[in-house]
Write a protein that binds this ligand. Structure first.
Ligand SMILES: Cc1cc2nc3c(=O)[nH]c(=O)nc-3n(C[C@H](O)[C@H](O)[C@H](O)COP(=O)(O)OP(=O)(O)OC[C@H]3O[C@@H](n4cnc5c(N)ncnc54)[C@H](O)[C@@H]3O)c2cc1C
Length: 562
């Protein structure tokens, strides 16, 4: 079986599949440890109850409420029940989590959490996890090289199907050039998020939504694509993240008058309200003239040097390098930035998609645990818990089919070669970078923290125009070795199609829920008409929208108060 993507979700899936007896191949356009999971800072949520009383039920309720009731409650209950075991597994594999005075795993408060439940390794949690998982992958490669292979720097471009099931992927070999088809009985997409659709984002250049677009183009449904989370503390001007862990450790948000403005928006939770609430509050301060250079300030001075140096050393370094500010002595300018895609490839609680043999896990997938708004710390946990679950199910399915006849690929490789030839043979046309720039800045302008009907309509026209121009882009580099010009052009095509899906679903959602906020025309949540998932399919070169019920177990929607 094949795992596409080697971040936390992909590697956790690969480890589990190997342990369940499958022969595993992992394809990644980056070296695994360069995957964007490594940038995660603040921590990973599980109800261990080490700092205060906690339980999986409380974690589930917080997640449901944080999702603005759009999360699927059966998936959320599985998630919060299995998370503690997954944390201990990581710890036994060598994850060096920070500890409290009793020697137990320390847990810090995060936004909208009813108890301090975020396990962390200072503020480099993702870095620690990605290295621990890579070690486990390498261990298995050493144990049985025939059963675990990592295809580093292979760019997956298309899913292959035989009409009824997924039979593998077509990849571009980044090091040597050329298309290759890798066949697999089961395939798990774990290609991460799509933040690069926006110009200002916390996401790396690699986060272009490839897996979502590949699934969409293979006829699969994407779920809840209108929900892009804006993180409240991204630095001005770079967009680089300062973790929610800063506020978890007690940092304040202040406006240009030095006022702790969250007291007006969320009098109880203050800076630890959920991300959608804090981002909207900041944006309101900025829009009403109480910001500085389009930012507000994150103030850590009162935490003291010792706490900053032990709990938040990475954040201090980032602030000094990218904002020129040492948070021990001065507040750091921050503003909301595109951060996390709550939507993605629709899966069930085992990572199964609608297409037999195809699974998805991690940020590319929509299980849906996060609904309309993700709680900080829940995404790393999702990559691990649902990475493991999809790895297990896919392995059992694939090993159960050993000896079955090879599936036909219907000439998919020849079709892909022709399409690539057309792109590379084009000698004149527009360069892709200008289109990418216009997509990123217009998305920020017209589909950001606050959304208006007429702006979304305009953005749909802009995206249509960009997609028309994209049909004539020219790839100037015709070479084989590390042809970034080619792969970035393909990534741009993916991002454009996903943006079209996001806008169509956003305009149609005539309510405000979680990260989708329409204060001017539809300021309230409308459970009667919109307590439902949006489902987007690709038909005749464009998105087509439908809806699906939210799965509820025990929590009826109530008003969110902070
Ligand atoms: C700066 C930052 C900090 C964060 N901090 C936290 C935190 O503290 N806690 C938390 O819970 N969440 C956090 N998040 C969110 C969380 O880190 C991510 O959602 C999560 O790590 C995504 O993991 P993933 O495995 O799904 O994808 P990734 O780690 O992004 O991995 C994607 C993989 O897919 C591969 N890939 C992509 N496209 C292709 C292709 N076409 N062909 C082949 N391979 C491909 C890549 O090479 C990579 O290996 C943070 C996010 C950011 C951006």
């Amino acid at each position: 079986m094949l795992v596409v993507g080697a971040g936390c979700a992909g590697m956790r899936a690969a480890i589990e599949a190997f342990d369940a007896g499958a022969d595993v191949g992992v394809v990644s356009k980056l070296h695994p440890t360069r995957s964007h999971s490594g940038a995660a800072e603040g921590g990973i949520n599980a109800a261990l109850g080490n700092s205060a009383e906690d339980s999986p039920e409380t974690h589930a309720f917080d997640t449901v409420k944080g999702s603005d009731y759009l999360g699927d409650q059966d998936a959320i209950e599985i998630f919060t029940r299995e998370a503690p075991g997954d944390i201990y597994q990581l710890e036994h594999w060598g994850a060096v989590f920070s500890r409290n005075a009793e020697g137990k795993l320390a847990q810090r408060p995060f936004g909208a959490a009813g108890s301090p439940r975020t396990v962390f390794a200072a503020d480099i949690t993702g870095h620690v996890l990605i290295h621990v998982l890579y070690e486990q992958v390498m261990k298995r490669m050493a144990l049985d090289p025939a059963r675990m292979t990592v295809y580093e720097e292979f760019f997956a471009w298309k899913l292959v199907t035989d009409g009824t099931r997924c039979t593998g992927v077509i990849c571009w070999n980044l090091l040597q050039g050329g298309l290759v088809q890798i066949g697999a009985t089961a395939t798990i997409l774990a290609t991460g998020g799509a933040g690069r659709i926006y110009r200002t984002t916390t996401n790396a250049y690699a986060c272009t939504g490839d897996g979502m677009a590949m699934a969409l183009h293979a006829g699969l449904p994407l779920k809840d694509m209108e929900f892009m989370q804006f993180h409240p503390t991204t630095m001005y001007p770079s967009g680089i993240l300062l973790t929610e862990g800063c506020r978890g450790e007690g940092a304040y948000l202040i406006n240009k008058e030095g006022e702790r403005f969250m007291a007006r928006y969320a009098p109880n939770a203050l800076e630890l309200a959920s991300r959608d609430v804090v981002s909207r509050s900041e944006q309101t301060e900025i829009d009403e003239g109480r910001g500085i250079n389009g930012s507000v300030l994150l103030d850590m001075r009162h935490l003291g040097a010792e706490k900053i140096l032990t709990r938040l050393p990475g954040s201090r370094e980032l602030a000094m390098t990218y904002a020129g500010v040492d948070p021990i002595y001065a507040p750091v300018p921050v503003r909301p930035g595109a951060h996390y895609h709550m939507g993605g490839v629709e899966t069930d609680e085992w990572g199964r998609t609608e297409l037999e043999g195809l699974y998805a896990a991690g940020e590319v997938a929509c299980v849906s645990v996060h609904g309309a708004n993700r709680l900080g710390g829940n995404s790393l946990m999702e990559t691990i818990t649902f990475g493991r679950r999809s790895g297990r199910h896919a392995a059992e399915w694939a090993t159960g089919r050993r000896g079955a006849p090879e599936a036909s690929s219907n000439g998919a490789l020849a079709d892909a070669e022709r399409e690539l030839g057309t792109l590379l043979d084009r000698q004149t046309g527009e360069r892709p970078w200008q289109i990418r720039e216009e997509l990123g800045s217009s998305m920020l302008e017209n589909f950001g923290v606050f959304r208006r009907g007429e702006q979304m309509e305009r953005q749909i026209e802009i995206i249509d125009g960009l997609r028309r121009r994209y049909r004539n882009v020219v790839v100037e580099d015709k070479g084989s070795v590390f042809n970034n010009d080619l792969t970035q052009t393909i990534e741009l095509g993916f991002s454009l199609d996903l943006a079209a899906c996001m806008l169509q679903a956003g305009l149609a959602r005539r309510e405000s829920r979680g990260a989708h906020s329409r204060p001017h025309d539809f300021p309230a949540r409308d459970d009667e008409n919109f307590l439902k998932h949006s489902i987007t399919r690709w038909r005749d070169g464009g998105p087509v929208l439908s809806y699906k019920e939210v799965r509820m177990t025990r929590w009826e929607p109530t008003e969110r108060k902070y």
